[in-house]
Design a protein around this ligand. Structure first.
Ligand code: GDP
Length: 428
């Protein structure tokens, strides 16, 4: 196996950062292919905690090449802050181990302004954006008015394109939202300077990646957010602006889809969601509070409390099927000792219609009723367990049930935030 796709199989925050960091040890190249700096992967190495927003987790391993593909929306300010933050902590970030795609779209100040302003206008229909300009930048990409990293590297071209872009955005900011316009000269100067700092890292990462593949290098595709937030296959419109699953790799990384050897999903042994939107197995009781507290379910980037609920086998089955997953990783199993009994959503109901396959066609899955199966809980601390045989029987049977309900082998279990807190299973 030389290429592996790893993606979130729920609504994000599945613990991808830690798993990807662990898997990064076994590969040569780690690639981000979608999303922006709204993803916040937390990686704990020894006593050090790193939160990575744009830079792939392979940066914490010596000798790995980390690529930010053309499908990522890049805020150059955030990217350089992240570079500087890593350098300050002694992590090497060089043009050799960090590559940035010239064709990735740039998130500008005006995108961030418009993101926040538009959300106010949506009122009750707000989508819970993180306000980082990612949605507006992707909207400009699709409208063919966006600017790319390569534009930042050519002053004349940038001046011309930014003049046109900002004329329209300023009209929107002033005339629709009644806010002060951005000053063109400031913006041009600021972003050209950022472009200069980025220049050594910029290249055609798609070509570099395909070359690496031809040379037999092992490649890991690092998904951000989760499949249920996919722009096409998630709970639209409460989704992110890109294709989060394995399907996003071909375009977002410039890599042929038939060369992806294997795909693994990541899902928590329960479920959370940030922001608005349908969440069928959401808990509003003491169990929800207990899970949120034990799992420290507060956004790494935004600090927002996450909504918490039971594992939704219907949604995870759908996510894994859609991405052609050969296996999946169940994370945060250690958190479930916070509840007495564990439930798993096994089917949805609307009236007398029962759905065991995710009803992506329903305009509003918020109204579905969930059918649950109930399992006994445990009070054992699992965080020190490293072997399947050492897990209590009650935990093993819960994991076996998850595997049966989802129908895809669980290749690894995660029982703590640290790099080595996993149980490998030699499957998938
Ligand atoms: P990501 O965006 O999918 O990488 O997820 P986040 O980093 O936002 O959230 C995962 C959080 O859970 C981080 O704080 C991790 O350190 C932590 N974490 C990951 N796996 C486990 C686990 O198995 N058990 C526990 N207790 N914490 C975990």
């Amino acid at each position: 196996m030389t290429t592996l796709s790893v993606f979130g199989a729920q609504w994000g925050d599945e613990g991808k950062g830690k798993i990807i960091d662990r898997l990064a040890d076994r590969v040569d190249v780690v690639v981000r292919y979608q999303g922006g700096a709204n993803a916040g992967h937390t990686v704990i190495v020894g006593n050090e905690k790193y939160v990575l927003h744009l830079i792939p987790s392979g940066i914490l391993h010596k000798g790995r090449v980390n690529m930010i593909g053309g499908g990522v929306a890049i805020d150059p300010i955030k990217l350089l802050e992240e570079v500087d933050g890593l350098l300050e902590r002694g992590v090497a970030v060089t043009p050799e181990n960090l590559r940035v795609c010239a064709s990735a779209h740039v998130i500008f100040e005006h995108h961030k302004r418009i993101d926040g302003l538009a959300e106010v206008w949506r009122g009750a229909g707000r989508i819970g954006t993180t306000g980082r300009g990612i949605g507006p930048a992707y909207a400009d990409k699709t409208a063919r008015t966006g600017l790319r990293i390569s534009d930042l590297l050519d002053a004349d071209r940038f001046q011309a394109r930014m003049t046109a872009a900002l004329a329209e955005k300023n009209a929107l900011i002033q005339k629709v939202h009644g806010e002060p316009a951005l000053e063109l000269g400031d913006q041009v100067e600021r972003y050209l300077a950022l472009g200069e700092r980025l220049r050594p890292f910029v290249g055609d990462t798609g070509a570099e990646l395909r070359r690496a593949h031809r040379a037999g290098k092992r490649i890991l595709f690092e998904g951000a957010q989760g499949l249920m937030l996919d722009i096409d296959h998630g709970t639209y419109p409460y989704v992110t602006s890109s294709n989060t699953g394995t399907g996003g790799i071909a375009n977002g990384a410039g890599f042929p889809p038939n060369k992806i050897d294997r795909a693994w999903g990541i899902a928590k042994a329960y479920c959370t969601r940030v922001g608005e939107g349908p969440f069928p197995t959401e808990l509003f009781d003491a169990d929800g509070d207990a899970i949120r507290k034990a799992g420290k379910e507060f956004g790494t980037t935004t600090g927002r409390p996450r909504r918490a609920g039971w594992f939704d086998a219907v949604a995870v089955r759908y996510a894994l099927e859609l991405c052609g997953a050969d296996g999946w990783i169940a994370t945060k199993l250690d958190i479930l000792d916070a509840v007495d009994e564990i439930k798993v959503g096994v089917a949805y109901r609307v009236g007398d219609q029962r759905y065991t396959e995710y009803p992506a066609h329903l305009p509003n899955i918020e109204g579905v009723e969930v059918e649950y199966e109930t399992y006994p809980g445990w009070s054992d601390d699992l965080s020190g367990v490293r072997r399947w045989e050492d897990l209590p029987e009650v935990v093993r049977s819960y994991v076996d049930e998850l595997e049966r309900l989802v129908g895809v082998p669980i290749v690894m279990l995660s029982v703590g935030p640290e790099r080595d807190s996993v149980i490998e299973r030699n499957k998938g």
